[in-house]
Ligand binder design. Structure first.
Ligand code: ADE
Length: 251
C-alpha cells in the first residue's frame, strides 16, 4: 500500500513513523508513506497557504490552489506507475464521518490513499466539494489540524495490512474487530500482590478458556459500551444472555 500525506507540518510525522510496526512495515516494503509539504505547491515569494475568509470572520482559510496542485502531483506520480481502480482522497476534519475499526478495514483494502491534513480554522470549501472523495474525523473534539488524525488513521490501517503484525499479534482478537471490546488479559505471575489470575485461564482447557473470553468480552462491552452490542456479531443465545443481564442490573 502507498499512503501520501499532505500537510503544512511534515516534521510532525518524523517520530511516529520511524518506530515500531511502522518502521517494520516500511522496512519490509509492505507500505510506503510519503509526506508532502503543501507549502511546496505555492508559487508566490512568501509561500502563502492561507487567506482571509470571504464574508469576514475570525481565522484564516487554507487556499485551494496549493492543495489541488499537491494532490494532482501525487496522482500523476501514482498514475505513472499504475492505474489503481480507486484512489481515495481523504480530508481529515472534525466535520468528517467518525473513524472506526470498520472504516480502517475498508481503507486497508485499497492500494493507495491520499490524506489531506486541514487546519482547524478551515479549508476552502472547494477542496471538499471537488477534490476530497471522503472526510474523516477521529472524534468529537477539535485538534489544531489533521496531522494527528492522519497518523491515527494511518496506524489503524497499516496494522491491518497482511504481514504487518506477526501471528502472535494478530488483529483478529482486537477490541472492535467483532464489534465487541476485548476480553481481559493476564500474564505471569499467576498471583501478584495477592491478586490471582482467573482459574480458568490456568486450566489448559481451551474450550472453557474460549467460552470465558467470549463471555467476558460481552460483559465488558455491556458495561462500558452497551451501544456497540446492537451491531455486534452475536448468537441468539448470547443476545438472550444480554437481555437477562440487562434485566438483572436494572432497578
Ligand atoms: N482536525 C481537527 N480536529 C480533527 C478531528 N477531530 N478529526 C480529524 N481531523 C481533525
Amino acid at each position: 500500500m502507498r499512503i501520501d500525506i499532505l500537510t503544512l507540518f511534515p516534521e510532525m510525522f518524523q517520530g511516529p513513523f520511524s518506530v515500531g510496526i511502522f518502521q517494520r512495515a516500511i522496512d519490509r516494503d509492505l507500505v510506503e508513506v510519503n509526506i508532502h509539504n503543501i507549502r511546496d505547491f505555492t508559487h508566490d515569494k512568501h509561500h502563502i497557504v492561507d487567506d482571509y475568509s470571504y464574508g469576514g470572520g475570525a481565522g484564516m482559510v487554507l487556499k485551494p490552489e496549493p492543495i489541488f496542485e499537491a494532490v494532482e502531483s501525487v496522482k500523476s506520480d501514482i498514475y505513472n506507475e499504475e492505474k489503481p481502480d480507486k484512489l481515495p482522497v481523504i480530508l481529515l476534519t472534525p466535520q468528517g464521518r467518525l473513524f472506526r475499526q470498520q472504516i480502517a478495514q475498508e481503507l486497508s483494502s485499497y492500494s493507495h490513499l491520499i490524506l489531506i491534513c486541514g487546519r482547524y480554522e478551515g479549508v476552502d470549501e472547494r477542496v471538499r466539494q471537488h477534490l476530497a472523495t471522503d472526510e474523516l474525523s477521529i472524534g468529537d473534539y477539535v485538534l489544531g489540524g489533521g496531522e494527528l488524525a492522519a497518523m491515527v488513521v494511518t496506524e489503524a490501517v497499516v496494522r491491518l495490512l497482511p504481514g504487518v503484525l506477526g501471528s502472535e499479534e494478530s488483529a483478529l482478537d482486537d477490541s472492535h474487530t467483532a464489534g465487541l471490546l476485548e476480553y481481559p488479559q493476564y500474564t505471569r505471575p499467576s498471583v501478584y500482590r495477592g491478586w490471582a489470575v482467573p482459574e480458568v485461564l490456568l486450566s489448559g482447557d481451551h474450550g472453557q478458556i474460549e467460552k470465558w473470553r467470549r463471555q467476558q468480552a460481552i460483559l465488558r462491552t455491556l458495561k462500558r459500551r452497551p451501544e456497540l452490542l446492537d451491531k455486534a456479531d452475536l448468537t441468539s443465545e448470547e443476545r438472550k444472555l444480554i437481555e437477562k443481564l440487562k434485566g438483572e442490573s436494572s432497578p
